[in-house]
Design a protein around this ligand. Structure first.
Ligand SMILES: [Fe+2]
Length: 459
């Protein structure tokens, strides 16, 4: 989106989801001592060398049938370990950070890619900590978190479930995460997708502040320590010098930022559209990375998981409509996704970035959304669609997500039911609601209005 429009959004970023009305609370973060009533206080008072209460996190990422990634931040650098076990068993597996043969005491951010797990299985985990002899004279205790947290690995036999999807809330989690989840009824979702522009402005000089205060603390508080989130990058998430530390907070073992997995009937594909760059070298790398992802997507279509899925949902940050600076995603992915065969079909392509809701049905150019939004015909359809040529072949549903999108997708073997909830409305109103069937057919689930496409005016 253009800078003027974004600035207007940025000013109200924290209030983005409630600018109009309907919020009567926000979440504040404070350091706070907590009083614990305990008859055995003398023995149970926490040792000062126990760092198993994270200052941020833990948050879960990279869900798969056999793995999960756990990341958290401790108050000071220490050896941060993890103990985990299959729920119902007694033996814990412990892992500690090892660097060049030694236990590593140097980091305050810790992550583990737990691998070799059983599919469709609940695992429990505890955080561990230890200090080295340079930090403490006596108390080199191995501390173990008092909380036992848990998560479940991906279950291919799960036929009916829900996912939650948001986009572009620009660090406003303190105000908008609760209404987004509560008003969309997404607390029981299996997975949570963030389509990017998760930070308020950029990663300018303190990624930790912008990510934790902006959204990770709220994610952890609501679901993040028990259920995985797929954090995609937007152009703001790759702006600023601290963007190069991105992998410390959202680590992937392959060093990539694109990802796909299937659960039961539906496969989810997260593409990193990045953003055109100013530096020659970086621009070349940006194009190489898009080409790398296009090759990966082509291969993905040949995998067992792709073929076993009834539905495929692809997610971008920058949309594929080839307008403004967004021609690159279309150039790299447009052709691969324009596949109408049963085994190659993509059912929906969702994107953010534009801060304005719009749906375009397969092979049409009309914009659809809830009829009630027809109150101001000048406002809809989005200016964005007016200024961007729409290609002839988009054989899937294209959705542009709202600022602070609050979308649920109910997955079943029969259909995908999408509902874009109006986060400013506490009576359950929608921006849109529709279903997609295995053959790509679309059904409106509420009364909608179709706005005809207007070709952009030539300047
Ligand atoms: Fe964006």
């Amino acid at each position: 989106m253009n800078m003027t429009k974004w600035m207007a959004v940025s000013v109200a970023a924290a209030a983005a989801c409630g600018a109009m009305a309907a919020n009567d609370k926000y979440v504040d973060w404070q350091w706070k001592a907590v009083e614990i009533q305990d008859k055995d206080a003398d023995n149970n008072v926490r040792n000062q060398m126990d760092f198993t209460v994270p200052v941020h996190g833990p948050w879960l990422t990279l869900p798969s049938e056999t793995g999960m990634t756990v990341t958290w931040i401790t108050r000071i650098p220490c050896a941060g370990g993890i103990a985990y076990r299959e729920k119902g068993t007694t033996n814990w597996v412990e892992r500690w950070p090892v660097s060049y043969g030694q236990i590593d005491y140097s980091k305050d951010i810790h992550y583990y890619h737990l691998t070799g797990l059983k599919p469709a299985t609940e695992y429990e985990y505890q955080l561990l900590s230890n200090l080295n002899a340079e930090e403490t004279a006596y108390h080199m205790i191995v501390a173990r978190s008092r909380e036992i947290r848990s998560f479940k690995t991906v279950d291919q036999n799960r036929r009916n479930y829900k996912v939650f999807l948001t986009s572009d809330f620009h660090g406003g989690g303190r105000l908008c995460v609760d209404p987004m989840i509560d008003r969309s009824g997404a607390a029981d979702a299996d997975f949570f997708f963030f389509l990017g522009d998760n930070v308020e402005d950029g990663m300018y000089s303190n990624i930790r502040y912008f990510t934790t205060f902006g959204f990770l603390d709220d994610v952890t508080r609501k679901w993040g320590q028990f259920k995985p989130t797929i954090f995609m990058r937007g152009n703001h998430d790759i702006a600023g010098r601290d963007t190069f530390k991105y992998g410390e907070y959202f680590p992937q073992p392959d060093g990539k930022t694109y990802y796909a997995f299937r659960q039961g009937p539906c496969m989810f594909v997260a593409i990193d559209t990045m953003w055109p760059r100013k530096e020659k070298l970086q621009q070349e790398q940006y194009l190489k990375y898009l080409a790398e992802q296009a090759a990966w997507l082509k291969n993905l279509k040949q995998t067992k998981d792709w073929k076993a899925s009834t539905f495929r949902v692809v997610m971008f940050h920058v949309p594929m409509f080839p307008g403004e600076g967004m021609k690159d995603p279309y150039a790299f992915f447009g052709e691969i996704l324009a596949d109408e065969s049963q085994e190659g079909r993509v059912h929906a392509v969702l994107a953010g970035h534009e801060h304005e809701y719009a749906r375009v049905n397969p092979n049409t150019k009309e914009t659809r959304m809830a009829k009630r939004l027809n109150k101001d015909p000048k406002k809809y359809p989005g200016q964005y669609l007016k200024r961007s040529p729409i290609p002839d072949r988009f054989p899937y549903v294209s959705v542009l997500c709202n600022l602070c999108e609050a979308m649920t997708i109910e997955v079943s073997p029969e259909k995908l039911a999408f509902r874009s909830h109006d986060v400013n409305d506490d009576k359950g109103e929608f921006y849109d609601a529709f279903a997609i069937y295995p053959d790509g057919k679309v059904e409106d689930l509420i009364e909608t209005t179709a706005f005809p496409f207007e070709a952009p005016k030539k300047k």
